[in-house]
Each structure stands twice: as C-alpha cells, then as structure tokens.
Ligand binder design. Sequence first.
Ligand SMILES: Nc1ncnc2c1ncn2[C@@H]1O[C@H](COP(=O)(O)OP(=O)(O)OP(=O)(O)O)[C@@H](O)[C@H]1O
Ligand SMILES: [Mg+2]
Length: 478
Amino acid sequence: MSETAVIPRQLSDTPASSRGCILIIDDEVEIRESLQTLLEFEGYEVEAAGTGEEGLSKLGERSFDLVLLDLALPGRSGIEILPEIRSLYSQISVIMITAYGTVEDAVRAMQSGAVNFLQKPWDNEKLLADVRAAVARRRAEEENIQLKRALKQRYNFESIVGKSEPMLKIFDLVAQVAPSRSTVLLQGESGTGKELIAKALHLNSTRRDRTFVPVNTGSMPPDLLESTLFGHVKGAFTSAIASKKGLFEIADRGTLFLDEIGTMGLDTQSKILLVLQYRRFMHLCGVHEVQVDVRIIAATNVDLRQMVREGKFREDLFYRLNVITIDLPPLRQRKEDIPLLVEFFLRKYSDENQRQLRRVTPEGLRPLLNYSWPGNVRELENVVERAVVLSSGPDIGADLLPDHIVGRGAPIPLIEPRGDASLFDVMEECERHIIVDMLEKCGWNQTEAAERFHIPLSTLNQKIKRLSIEIKKKIRDC
Ligand SMILES: Nc1ncnc2c1ncn2[C@@H]1O[C@H](COP(=O)(O)OP(=O)(O)OP(=O)(O)O)[C@@H](O)[C@H]1O
Ligand SMILES: [Mg+2]
C-alpha cells in the first residue's frame, strides 16, 4: 500500500458541481471503461483502478463518495480489501460487483460493510439507482459529521442535531445566552428537545463544573415538591426524622431545571418567585434563610401566557421566567432535520446494540419524512431504535417501521384544501382526522390512543383541545 493510502479523509473535496466522486476498482478494462462512460454521462466524477493496491492508493489521494469494487481481482481479491477500505475510510459507501457472485459472497460482502451487491452483466437503470442511493447516503453521513464537528467547535454541543433554519437560530441563541446568569424559559411540544437544550445551556456556561439538577415539577404533590425543592428541618412533618437539603441547595452555583413548570401549584409558584427575586429561601419549618446562587431554566409544553390569562399561573413569575424564551419548533415544521436525526440515531443505536452500522434505504426514509411526528424527536428516536433492534441486515427499509408510520394502518384521509388554506391548515386538518380515527378505533379511550400513537397522554389531550375535537363517551373500556 502506498504511504498516502493510510491517511483517512473525511471531508469531501468534491467540486460542488459534481454529483459525486466514484472509484471503480476492476481488472477488466472494458468493464472499467463502460462503467466510467455511463457514470460520467450521469455527471459523476470517476476514476478507475485495475488492482486493489492501485485502488487503495487512489483512495489515499483524494476523497470519494463511492467505490465500485470487483470481487474477483488479481492479487488481493475485492472481499479481502473491503475490510481495509471500510476501516480506513469508514464513510465511503462500497458496492461490490461480480460476475460469479454466490449468495455466500454477497453475505460476506455485506457483513464486511458493502452497502450493495451487483451482478454482471448489470442493468444500467438499476446500477444508477443503487449508485444514487449510495452517494446520497454517504453525503448525508458526511453532512452529519461536518455539522456535528462545526457545532462542537462552535458551541460544544455534542448530541444535538439540526440544520433547519429554526434550529440554527436556536443554536446561536443558546451560545449567546448560555454564559449569562439569565433565567431561560424553554417552550415546545413534548419530545422537541427542551431538556437537551437546558443541558446545553448548562454545559456552555461557567457553571458547567457544578451540578445540573433536573426536577419534574409535575410529577409530585405540592407538599413533597416544596420539601424536595427547599429541603426541610428535622420534625417539619411526621416522617421528617432528619433535616434534608433541598434541590436549590444541591444546585448551588449550578443550574436547576424546572421541568413542566405549568403544572406547579400557585403556592409553590409564590415561593419560587421569592427565590428568583431575593436568591434566598427557608427550609420547610426552618428559621434561617439560606442564600443560593442558582441559575433557573424552566420548561413547559403548555401555553403559560394562556394559563396566566386563566389565573392558573402567576403573572409576575411568568415575567421573571420569561427573560429569555426559546421556542422549540415541532419536528413536522422542520422536516429537513429528519434525515440527519435518523442518521444520528442509527449510529447511536447500532453502537449501543453492537450492530454493524445500520442505514436507512430511500424507501425507509420516505414515510419518515411524510409522517407528522406528534411525539416529535423522542418518537423518531424510538422508531429508529426499534428498527435497529428488529433489523437483521444493514438496511432499514419501510418493512421495519411501525404500521401507522408507513400508512399500513388507517388510510390518510384525502383532504381537498380550500383555495385559501395554508399548508399548516391542511396539516392540522389531516392531524385531526388521524386522531379522530384512532380515537374511534380505541372506543374513545384516550389513554390507549396515546399509547398507540407513542405519545404521552398529556400531548394527546393538548392536541384534542387545540384541534377542538369533541370527545365522545367511551364506548368500551380497553
Ligand atoms: N435536536 C436533537 N438532536 C438529537 N437528539 C434530540 C434532539 N432533540 C431531541 N432529541 C432527543 O429526543 C429525546 C427527547 O428530548 P427531550 O427529553 O429533551 O424533550 P422534551 O422537550 O424535554 O420532552 P418532554 O416535554 O416530553 O419532557 C431525547 O432522547 C433527546 O436526546
Ligand atoms: Mg423534558
């Protein structure tokens, strides 16, 4: 192998005008030439090599998107050099080509990381379709890597993915406000990434070496929540056999993340307001004031302004929390993030399950792009994890996706948009039909419908309210 062959390249130096760079490794001159002509005619940049060694050396000289690799090469065979290509240039897609392909060869090639297997003589249309899919896959992966690298360099964000306009604005905002001490209010539907952003704010602040303390204020009765937040002195209540620190003290000089703040009772709200105003509080039944330096980040998936109007949330606390607001858009409004998120979760769950890296096929990606994702990124993550666990080969196709996503369940209603209807109106109308259809199927049992949609019941109920769906009486208990 030449010296340059061992330098893995990750960033593409492909000219923007090219549809992609392809390396053909085949010992038969006619095959190389006919493939090169076909692919160049389609707008690809093509180079060719007659042996595995020559191919490896060309791979070291520049970056390629795809290698078309002959199985039966003189010297080291294609199947022998495939693992080397995969380990040195893991981002490059490889399609194996052979005249004498057996099922075992195909299986070995796929196990060694080839993305596809073609038999000579090939059908040009099929070959071009496979090449297009393999190049697109490699480009998506590369984009993901570059984006993550850029985000990491710029913001130190390691696990947040997004390239849509609203997400890029959010990343900028997070970078801007993270170092300050300002209270931040995160708003967004369930599963949009509020907790992830809260952690990014903490990790990008000067408090990063202190604790990030999340507390779900909706999951506790008011008394327990107050003693959890503020701590208590011995004997404050019957079971208080010893004094206990509260989360405000534990988060001192760090960040306290108050999740689902909209569910907090008015009494607790008043106490939180006092801490925000004076940075001091008292333990339950305590006599001394405790001074703390805590940054508060709050999150809600309900409209706090509306709650203020209804008298359920203190207006003064709302304004205290609302110093900087970050609105996380639902996934259906930033569908360009879906391929990146899919790649990200495929990598995460392939690694976690010690599987060879799974890839989504164009047929698998299509329904994921068309689906409305009521449970947002969390729902997408669950769908990808499930597909990785169920998969036996490297490809994730539509067959590994749940019925309701590929449309094998309820038919999507055909909605004739009114002349003045916006896309948003049409999507809302679709969402309404789908929810009513599911509720009908579950005998109007909201809990079952929420489970079958893989979303929290609270999210379904918000949607029912927003879409003014009239709940019929339960007709059966599920
Ligand atoms: N932009 C993103 N990139 C990568 N992963 C994401 C992104 N957004 C969300 N996730 C993942 O989706 C899941 C849900 O995110 P998170 O818990 O932050 O949502 P949330 O808005 O707090 O939801 P809830 O309101 O239900 O508590 C997490 O596993 C998170 O890591
Ligand atoms: Mg959350």
